[in-house]
Design a binder for this molecule. Structure first.
Ligand SMILES: Cc1cc2nc3c(=O)[nH]c(=O)nc-3n(C[C@H](O)[C@H](O)[C@H](O)COP(=O)(O)O)c2cc1C
Length: 187
């Protein structure tokens, strides 16, 4: 199995990191130039981009347009963009493939692969809502980075793991990151 994760320049890089850590191999990571900029502000000195690259089995930046995953003939099982910036979402919704992140999105759409877009932005402009609707109409699972609170989170990691769990569920990856509703629930 091969899972491709792109981290783009939306706020919430920690969501992408948590998903990467919990994906089974083979993990392919792409980081956009926008994400590199956001990372300067969001990653504390206990976790940097080099550590992140080491978590992956393969690593590319957005300019590596010749990476295997940019061709439909290369098989991968799911493509996840987390966090997805509104910029990247707008490009994908309009068929633009100007870097490796958007090219793999085009491949995922034309080959009808599992494709998850996780965004953090709020509020959403009407344009952004239309772009997200276009993705959804084309089979993409559109997910807001919006953790639930019914599992009684105590640590910030509980919030990331809630979102990661929902992402993994939507691509069929078995996981036990959260206590599910109905499992040992205290009323
Ligand atoms: C600190 C910081 C936070 C940002 N947060 C967001 C965000 O939450 N959502 C978003 O769409 N763009 C956000 N941006 C803007 C994007 O990074 C910018 O549009 C960039 O061009 C996106 O490039 P990419 O889509 O190629 O990664 C942020 C930028 C910075 C510097």
């Amino acid at each position: 199995m091969e899972y491709v994760l792109a981290i783009t320049g939306g706020s919430g890089i920690a969501y992408g990191i948590n998903i990467l850590k919990n994906l089974p191999s083979k993990k392919v990571l792409i980081i956009s130039n926008g994400a590199m900029e956001v990372a300067k502000y969001e990653l504390s000195n206990k976790f940097n981009m080099k550590d992140l690259e080491r978590e992956a089995d393969e690593f590319y930046n957005e300019d590596d347009i010749g990476a295997p995953q940019s061709s439909g003939s290369h098989k991968f099982d799911a493509y996840i963009i987390a966090p997805a910036s509104m910029n990247t979402i707008a490009k994908i919704a309009n068929g633009i493939s100007d870097n490796l992140v958007t090219r793999i999105a085009t491949v995922a759409l034309k080959e009808r692969r599992k494709f998850i877009v996780l965004f953090r932005e709020m509020p959403l402009s009407t344009i952004a809502l239309r772009n997200l609707l276009t993705l959804s109409e084309n089979g993409v699972t559109v997910m807001p980075a919006s953790p639930g609170f019914y599992h009684n989170p105590e640590r910030i990691d509980d919030l990331y793991e809630f979102v990661t769990s929902r992402v993994l569920d939507s691509i069929g990856i078995e996981n036990h990151l959260i206590r599910r509703w109905g499992e040992n629930v205290k009323y």
